[in-house]
Design a protein around this ligand. Structure first.
Ligand code: GLN
Length: 151
């Protein structure tokens, strides 16, 4: 495996599955190889250093604090145009937020790579990339292209 995506879904359910299948240590071992790791939405919650609303266990692989369900309930899910800024250039990107978590704090080693409605919505620390939206639904492979180039 050259790169790994931890997808969206429901982080509480994913935690139960990670317990049942003993995936905590293998995921940490994968991250320690330095291969690219992308967490989208619930996947971002699992990779975060700290989780709020409510606090829950996470892998702590990127120094960010995330607040679950921060944009409201399922019916407050929305699509919006944001800006993806890989390596200096700025690209417009349509973004899909599904009962999304919000990045509320970034550590000093973490870079913001995308924004939407004044929020940071994508962040990177070394080989770990997280997004509060769903890049696989935006109809543009820009984020995945960037992610694969991290390898
Ligand atoms: N609301 C979910 C959670 O808190 C995340 C939703 C998603 O991944 N689209 O885990």
């Amino acid at each position: 495996m050259d790169a790994l995506i931890v997808p969206g879904g429901e982080s509480t359910t994913l935690i139960k599955l990670m317990d049942a299948f003993d995936l905590w240590a293998p995921l940490r071992e994968f991250a320690a190889t330095g291969k690219p790791l992308l967490g989208t939405c619930a996947g971002m919650i699992l990779l975060a250093g700290e989780v709020l609303n409510p606090p829950q266990r996470s892998l702590g692989l990127i120094d960010v604090t995330v607040e679950r369900n921060s944009y409201g309930r399922q019916r407050e899910s929305f699509e919006a145009d944001g800006t993806f800024s890989p390596d200096g250039e700025e690209v417009d990107l349509h973004m899909v937020f599904i009962r999304a978590p919000r990045l509320v704090q970034l550590g000093p080693e973490v870079r913001s790579l995308a924004s939407c409605r004044d929020d940071c919505v994508m962040a990177r620390q070394d080989q770990v990339l997280v997004a509060s939206f769903h890049p696989e639904l935006c109809g543009d492979p820009a984020v995945h292209r960037y992610f694969l180039a991290m390898g």
